[in-house]
Design a protein around this ligand. Structure first.
Ligand SMILES: C[S@@+](CC[C@H](N)C(=O)[O-])C[C@H]1O[C@@H](n2cnc3c(N)ncnc32)[C@H](O)[C@@H]1O
Length: 277
């Protein structure tokens, strides 16, 4: 990942394999780190932790937004495509090119989306040297925790978006929509493997641009052995006006919309950015 000038150390309490210990974690501001085991060594559990069938509604909504460009939309670049759960639906309408920083998550996505092009890269700096009709950035944008990196992602989206094209950003929260929350989920497969998680999101400091989610995972192997993992994810929290200003500075005509969802949660703010034709 891109070296950062601002590397911090902080301490997290972790309980793993029955032992409690303090871990000194080196965190690079604004990105996935080696401590995000969910997207590394645990990536194989992703389809059980976050099953593809939970993405149908979100993907349909995203498809409608992507199609609202002033040009016909066929080729779509997704930045931070993860396990490819959205892409699995979007491929019915678009040719998807999928970028993620994690080789392990790309491997999961390749199994789900074998016909898509997959590229390893950091959404803050990748340049594929070609343009798309649309750029989609779903919840991976949450891992951008400072404004400078948000601007880099906006620049990446603009660099890959053709004139008249569109970029759609779907952060989990903005300052205006954020509420501390606890959620849980997970599923099983036919082999007997199963995963459950608890996600507890809170804001340690309302004056900065990030919040924390404490994740507790229970991971059951086929034979019945259960592992527990706790990890902390730091995710970005920006004002709507910051989003709109950063996208405008990148060259987009951007607007905010309120997500349409039947999920029992606060609808998200969605940012729809048009590249002038
Ligand atoms: C919550 S997952 C995305 C899941 C995805 N929406 C899906 O449909 O499966 C977040 C992803 O963001 C990726 N990510 C985080 N920071 C990134 C960056 N700077 N560049 C590219 N990918 C990044 C992680 O590797 C992870 O796969």
């Amino acid at each position: 990942m891109r070296p950062s000038a601002d590397v911090r150390a902080h301490v997290t309490q972790r309980r793993y394999r029955g032992r409690s210990r303090l871990v000194l974690t080196v965190v690079q501001d604004g990105g996935v780190t080696s401590e995000h085991r969910l997207y590394g060594e645990l990536a194989g559990w992703w389809p059980l932790i976050s099953p593809p069938d939970e993405y149908a509604e979100e993907a349909a909504y995203a498809a409608a937004l992507l199609s609202s460009a002033s040009v016909p939309v066929r080729d779509v670049l997704e930045l931070g495509s993860g396990g490819g759960n959205n892409a699995a639906y979007l491929t019915s309408r678009f040719v998807m090119t999928l970028v993620d920083i994690s080789e392990e998550m790309l491997a999961v996505s390749r199994r789900l989306n074998p016909d898509c092009e997959h590229v390893a890269g950091d959404m803050r700096e990748i340049r594929l040297g070609r343009e798309f009709d649309a750029v989609f950035v779903h919840d991976a944008i949450d891992y951008v925790t400072d404004e400078a990196d948000l601007a880099r992602v906006a620049d990446t989206a603009f660099a890959h978006c053709r004139a008249g094209g569109i970029a759609v950003f779907v952060p989990d929260h903005t300052v205006e929509t954020f509420v501390p929350d606890t959620e849980h989920g997970g599923s099983d497969d036919e082999s007997g493997r199963g995963a459950r998680y608890l996600a507890w999101t809170w804001d340690p400091d309302p004056d900065d641009t990030w919040v924390c989610t404490e994740y507790a995972f229970l991971l059951r192997e086929t034979g019945g052995a259960v592992h527990t993992v706790h990890e902390t994810h730091r995710t970005g929290l920006f004002h709507r006006h910051t989003w709109l200003r950063v996208l405008g500075e990148a060259g987009f005509d951007a607007e905010a919309a309120v997500e349409i969802t039947t999920d029992e949660r606060q609808p998200r703010d969605v940012f729809v950015a048009h590249r002038p034709g």
